[in-house]
Design a protein around this ligand. Structure first.
Ligand code: ADP
Ligand code: ZN
Length: 614
């Protein structure tokens, strides 16, 4: 079904239903594409605003949009948030009562529902697919689509069956969305879902407001305490490896007077829900959690994320730190790195029977380890890992803030890059080093690499030095490591100017690295700039109190009424009438209808007599 909507129509709809003034990068393009009836794969970082990409088309077009989403809790939050905006959304899952179920199916039957959320398991049970075929469906959206890929880190077998959607509904457009995808996963998503010539939308994964720091994993508490003290009353998440670790840390924080709770999969559902909602409402700002925590938590004002232990791959790391600073304000992230965590992560892989899969996961551990030990801008490494090559350094990571001294590494880089070209991009890191050092190892001779011109040109550098150089070339985006092709090295668009135009490459010398590694063992957290204290303007507090009251009355989490960002904007603008109220961030027509009167009254009372209003 083709519908035509102009840009201004869509902008008006965004304002009317969601209360936002402009689209985030790529949202408009994706929405227009979806409305044109074609398939798409959408990659956006956590917090990038994926949901609007299918929610807005769902609202403006006729027909139902079916959203496949992996977690029931996540669905419920999304449906609540949509309904709070006056959008007809529902979900079908096992937690519904019979009455609720009837209400949902009645809405579907009457064609009144814009969005229906389903888990993949639900889709494949009880004739659900044939039931859907009786409805007028405008689009399918598959959220967390990286779960289809065995290359990914969240593989879910039932996601692979989702190809059935395209088989049953060949004419209906499908949008697959994910926050996490390296190149291999990216290709897998379209294929596994059987999408037809899907457009690929890749939003920038850069989150410049997140600072990044890696600290040695020793005396963590001493290093951590000053950090948590910088954020009184603010929210933060500390990811720990073990359940015990979360509990131990939460107790220690409580003993030091912080509001902290543990969260892990071993707690009963009720406790988990309680901790999660206390966190979302800001009642318990600090959560010490295992990775079980966070998927789908839409809390914009998390000010810090700490990894007490090193995660097993950069995808998880980036997704987890991505939960900080979704509101775009400065947020701090810290990774404690120790070799012990590397061993632990490798240990987790021992039970994996599939050799190929295990090797990929091992390689992923190696990449995050390299990241943690890196001497170049961490953001560059991270973005490069997601195939987003950046020429500039970021200025907001520990390496940029405290840069090592560099040597002119142009010749070294040229040697390596030229060897990679001459092997026709068929050598691994080890083979490349052997080749450059002129060692006739089997890896070198079997492929005839001892006959090429660059054989032995790098003799003067040690093995350790070459390891470091090549690692840095990868991290700088001058070389790429291809998992899908036996971990061989490939050139990138940045390689050419270095090889052919002599573009200068700065590398950290092996001596400097040795010194820094020694120093790192002694480092303390450097004093960092403190961000503003909790927003405590009296009007903001008064609006928060009102929000808590309303939330309690309707029995929903506070953010369903208004986000903190909305309240901050409201406190800043102090609207005096409905029209002005509608210009507040996150206030669409439905919320204005529900809440304009009470909030306007609170603001008016406050401005008459700020001292006596609570
Ligand atoms: P993702 O699913 O990509 O992690 P969400 O869709 O949950 O991200 O969006 C993250 C936050 O950004 C949400 O609070 C959402 O309401 C907000 N948001 C999305 N699009 C816009 C926009 N165009 N303007 C302002 N805020 C937006
Ligand atoms: Zn940097």
């Amino acid at each position: 079904m083709q519908t035509s909507h102009s840009e201004s129509d869509l902008l008006r709809a965004l304002r009317q239903h969601f209360g936002y003034d402009s689209f985030r990068p790529l949202q408009l393009e994706i929405i227009e594409h979806a409305l044109s009836g074609r398939d798409a794969v959408v990659l956006m970082p956590t917090g990038g605003g994926k949901s609007i990409c299918y929610q807005l088309p769902a609202v403006v077009r006729t027909g139902l949009t079916v959203v496949i989403s992996p977690l029931i809790a996540l669905m419920k939050d999304q449906v609540d948030a949509l309904r709070a905006n006056g959008i007809a959304a529902s979900c079908l899952n096992s937690s519904l009562t019979l009455d609720e179920f009837d209400a949902v199916t009645q809405g579907l039957f009457n064609g009144e529902t814009d969005l229906l959320y389903l888990s993949p398991e639900r889709l494949f049970s009880g004739g659900c697919l044939s039931y859907l075929a009786t409805l007028d469906i405008g689009m399918f959206a598959v959220d967390e689509a990286h779960c289809v890929s065995s290359w990914g880190h969240h593989f879910r077998p039932e996601y692979q069956r989702l190809r059935a959607i395209k088989e049953h509904f060949p004419e209906t457009p499908v949008m697959a969305l994910t926050a996490t995808a390296d190149k291999a996963v990216r290709a897998d998503i379209g294929e596994s879902l059987g999408l037809v010539d899907p457009a690929l939308f890749v939003a920038s994964f850069d989150r410049p407001n997140l600072s990044m720091t890696v600290l040695p994993g020793r005396k963590k508490w001493e290093q951590f305490l000053p950090l948590v003290r910088r954020y009184p009353g603010h929210s933060g998440i500390i990811y720990c490896q073990s359940r015990n670790g979360t509990e131990h840390l939460a107790e220690k924080l409580q003993a030091h007077g912080f509001d902290a709770q543990a969260y892990h999969a071993g707690l009963d559902t009720e406790t988990r829900n309680r901790v999660q909602s206390a966190f979302i409402q800001g009642e318990c700002p600090i959560v010490c959690a295992t990775i079980a925590f966070g998927m789908g938590i839409d809390k914009a004002d998390v000010r810090f994320v700490v990894h007490w232990n090193m995660p097993g791959n950069l995808e998880s790391y980036y997704q987890e730190i991505g939960r900080a600073g979704r509101d775009g304000l400065p947020a701090e992230t810290v990774l404690f790195y120790s070799y012990r965590d590397v061993q632990t992560q490798l240990g987790f892989l021992e039970d994996i029977v599939d050799d190929g899969y295990r090797e990929i996961q091992q390689a992923k551990i190696k990449r995050i380890q390299d990241f943690a030990e890196a001497q170049v801008c961490r953001r560059k490494i991270l973005l490069g890992y997601f195939s987003e090559i950046q020429d500039e350094t970021c200025g907001n990571c520990d390496v940029c803030r405290n840069p090592p001294s560099y040597m002119d590494g142009t010749t070294v880089a040229q040697m390596a890059l030229s060897a990679v070209i001459r092997t026709k991009e068929r050598c691994s890191i080890t083979t490349l080093i052997d080749l450059l050092k002129g060692s006739r190892t089997p890896g070198v001779t079997e492929q005839g690499f001892d006959k090429i011109k660059t054989f032995g040109v790098g003799r003067q550098h040690t093995n350790f030095a070459w390891q470091l150089f090549i690692q840095q070339l990868i991290q700088l985006g001058l070389l790429e490591l291809d998992y899908k092709d036996n971990h061989t090295l490939k050139l990138t668009p940045l390689s050419r100017p270095v090889l052919f135009d002599g573009k200068r490459v700065d590398l950290v010398s092996p001596d400097t690295v040795r010194l820094r590694q020694e120093e790192q063992r002694k480092v303390k957290v450097s004093a960092q700039r403190t961000i503003a204290g909790p927003p405590n303007e009296p009007l903001y507090e008064c609006l928060r109190t009102l929000r808590t009251k309303i939330a309690a009355e309707i029995g929903k989490p506070a953010y369903v009424v208004f986000s903190n960002a909305s309240l901050e904007d409201m406190a800043a603008r102090q609207p005096t009438n409905r029209e002005e109220f509608l210009t507040v961030h996150g206030v669409g027509e439905h919320k204005a209808l529900l809440y304009a009167d009470v909030f306007l009254k609170a603001i008016a009372d406050f401005s008459k007599n700020p001292a006596t209003t609570e």
